[in-house]
Design a binder for this molecule. Structure first.
Ligand SMILES: O=C(CO)[C@@H](O)[C@H](O)COP(=O)(O)O
Length: 235
């Protein structure tokens, strides 16, 4: 059972611990209009989104720069969905307390960017958030085997992190299958997820589908709904 996510008092039950077998759509903020972020997220929510994927990038771990805990705090206040922060940053420990303070429901880190993963995951849970790791495409599932007891979810990157709009890497379906042999934890997938690729990943065992450009390329309500419907049809 995960530690209750009570930061901000809004998501007291925890998103990942309550997920069960549900297939969930999670819009990534990266492709949204940052000047109208909350409104873009609400459009995706009307299309069935149940979690917001918050891409934090530092221009070190990945060659791109986005936003951090200050923007996360504003978004948490402005919307009525749990926010899942994906820290694509080197040495994320300094950023974990402010993200917890911002009221996010869960935080994932890249294990390739962390020296003491047990300490980092423990810090996330101790702050009342659920804890995840995000695996780069070439990072093997076995890399996190000994971290599994300290995790609430695993994110499989289906592109190299850093940018939206990249091509889905189909071999990542095998990685999801391998992870499902190792653990019952929910698997999230992120990168190149569309109404065409989502069913492939759900078929492999993924439950939470992060999608950016495919959602915000048009009417986010319509596009989010298409991805969720396609994914649930494959479930
Ligand atoms: O973290 C990342 C990329 O690093 C993702 O969250 C992308 O933002 C997903 O965007 P699309 O691949 O769906 O455009």
């Amino acid at each position: 059972m995960p530690v209750a996510a009570d930061s901000g008092g809004r998501w007291a039950l925890g998103f990942w611990g309550e997920l069960g077998d549900r297939i969930v759509g999670a819009p990534s903020i990266l492709a949204a209009d940052f000047a109208n972020l909350a409104e873009d997220v609400r459009r995706a929510q009307r299309g069935g989104a149940e979690l917001v994927h918050f891409d934090a990038m530092d221009n070190q771990f990945v060659p791109n720069l986005t936003v951090g805990p200050v923007v996360a705090a504003s978004l948490v206040e402005a919307i009525d969905l749990p926010v899942d922060a994906h820290l694509m940053v080197d040495s994320p420990d300094n950023l974990i307390p402010p993200f917890i303070e911002a009221g996010v429901a869960s935080i994932s880190v890249q294990p390739e960017a962390v020296t003491h993963l047990h300490r980092t995951l423990t810090m996330i849970r101790a702050g009342g958030c659920e804890a995840g790791v995000a695996l780069n495409p070439t990072t093997p599932p076995e890399f996190i085997e000994w971290a599994l007891p300290y995790l609430d979810y695993v994110l499989v990157m289906t592109v190299n992190p850093g940018f939206g709009g990249q091509s889905f890497i189909p071999e990542m379906a095998d990685k999801v299958r391998r992870l499902k042999e190792m653990t019952d934890l929910p698997i999230q997938v992120d990168g190149g997820i569309t109404a065409e690729t989502a069913p492939i990943m759900v078929g492999a065992g993924a439950q939470v589908l992060v999608a950016g450009s495919a959602v915000y390329k048009g009417d986010a309500e319509v596009e989010m709904r298409k991805i969720i419907d396609a994914a649930r049809g494959a479930g």
